[in-house]
Design a protein around this ligand. Sequence first.
Ligand code: AP5
Ligand code: MG
Length: 226
Amino acid sequence: MATNLIMLGPPGAGKGTQAERVALARGIPRISTGDILREAVHDGTMMGGSVRAVMDRGELVGDDVMIGIVTERLGRPDAENGFVLDGFPRTVTQAAALDTLMAGRDPLIVLDIVVPEAELARRLGMRMICEDCGVTADGHETAPGRCSRCGGRLMQRSDDSSLVVLERFKIYQRATKPLVDFYHGRPTFRSINGAQTADCVAADLAAAIEALRNGRVNGASGGSPR
Ligand code: AP5
Ligand code: MG
């Protein structure tokens, strides 16, 4: 059975952090729509040029663009045996499109990472990323202010200023939180307590995935069940 996973959660919940761990542990690709868009902006592609201002305001890129990106990415061979989606779907329209794309594939496992807003704001206020490779600083940098992976300069993400973060929270509540209702009736949905250390969150996520994959879909697992 393929592990077809969605990480849901507000900005700063730890979707990227956890998606990377799960992808590495399971040998499946992590598909981060935010990273794909930021790479396009960094590379100066036509799409990058058209989404830059939208992202800098903390707003959502249009559904058609996002569905097109994910349709192409999930169609590649490396996604046949599973994937972790980080940052998609973000609207009910995107979720419905994903259901269509999943026809004939193993069911989606949907993990919603829950963290109080004050903690989200604290994390985003402190986050630093590499201006060259985009990786999030992990606190293990050998040279101050430099990326531990490529040596690039560390900077604040362009949408992590406090005003833009507030806008992202608002948009999350309006457009993305309804996805919890969209998915929570499914037996493959779990809420995970994200307000723990990253290692504890990872352990809860792994336990939830294993329980769901083993078919114990009605048992509580991985943090507070809904
Ligand atoms: P995206 O890149 O997806 O951003 P986001 O959803 O706002 O989420 P973040 O990346 O800020 O947070 P995260 O949950 O990944 O947390 P992370 O692990 O980094 O989207 C950016 C923009 O792109 C959108 O605003 C939109 O414009 C556009 N976009 C993307 N997808 C789209 C779509 N589908 N439709 C339309 N538009 C789209 O962690 C955050 C920080 O906390 C890090 O510093 C991390 O080290 C730290 N941290 C993580 N876990 C813990 C922990 N357990 N304890 C303490 N610190 C922790
Ligand atoms: Mg992220």
